[in-house]
Design a protein around this ligand. Structure first.
Ligand code: ADP
Ligand code: MG
Length: 193
């Protein structure tokens, strides 16, 4: 990916986050503390503002800059988790990896930091499903939608939602929903949507 496309991807992700800010917080209300929309909106607004102010020579630099903004501006769990993901993606881009490997590197960092495995009702469920679809060359909006919806029937065993135990069943995981927006934006910049 080149710097311009990476920047466009991040801008599009930010637009989707700002549009869905209230919905993301609504998802976080029954199973968390209702701040996921505000967290992501604050972090991504700062990230794109920072991107607009500078020139970037590579996608790696873009992801690195986004990572720093998310880690420093977001208090919730999602800031360090997304921040770690973008850090892993920056490293993989620097090493000349292709897109599935870049997203895999992001997932690896999320798991290194948060210790969640698939099935625990976290953003890991969407990231891991997206990696598999990308490896097969068949990531679509429908696949993303299915992955996000699948978190509804899961019981949370990691993160704040794990505190409500069984009562987390029946609600979509907010971090999975925001991750879905990230990958929808990716499809749009890749012109595959
Ligand atoms: P907080 O939980 O601190 O309020 P947010 O509400 O912004 O932070 O983010 C919650 C989201 O973070 C969850 O919906 C889930 O997808 C993700 N999350 C929480 N803990 C983990 C973890 N250990 N591993 C992966 N993702 C996690
Ligand atoms: Mg929260």
């Amino acid at each position: 990916m080149d710097a311009a496309r990476a920047k466009k991807w991040m801008q599009l992700f930010n637009e989707k986050i700002q549009d869905q800010k209230d919905y993301l917080s609504d998802l976080d209300t029954p199973i968390g503390d209702g701040d996921h929309g505000a967290n992501m909106a604050r972090g991504m607004a700062a990230a794109v503002e920072n991107l607009a102010a500078k020139d970037f020579a590579s996608a790696a630099e873009v992801f690195q800059a986004v990572s720093m903004q998310l880690i420093s501006k977001v208090g919730g769990a999602s800031g360090p988790l997304y921040g770690s993901a973008f850090m892993g993606m920056a490293k993989a881009e620097k090493d000349g990896k292709d897109l599935p490997e870049v997203i895999q590197a992001g997932l690896d960092m999320i798991q290194k930091r948060g210790k969640a495995v698939p099935g625990e009702k976290t953003m890991v469920d969407v990231w891991s499903g997206v990696v598999m679809a990308l490896q097969k060359g068949e990531l679509t909006k429908e696949t993303i939608h299915t992955l996000v919806e699948a978190t509804k029937d899961m019981k949370a065993t990691k993160g704040r939602a794990s505190y409500v135990g069984e009562r987390s069943i029946g609600h979509i995981d907010p971090g999975s929903y925001s991750s879905g927006l990230l990958f929808e934006a990716l499809l749009e910049v890749e012109e595959k949507a």
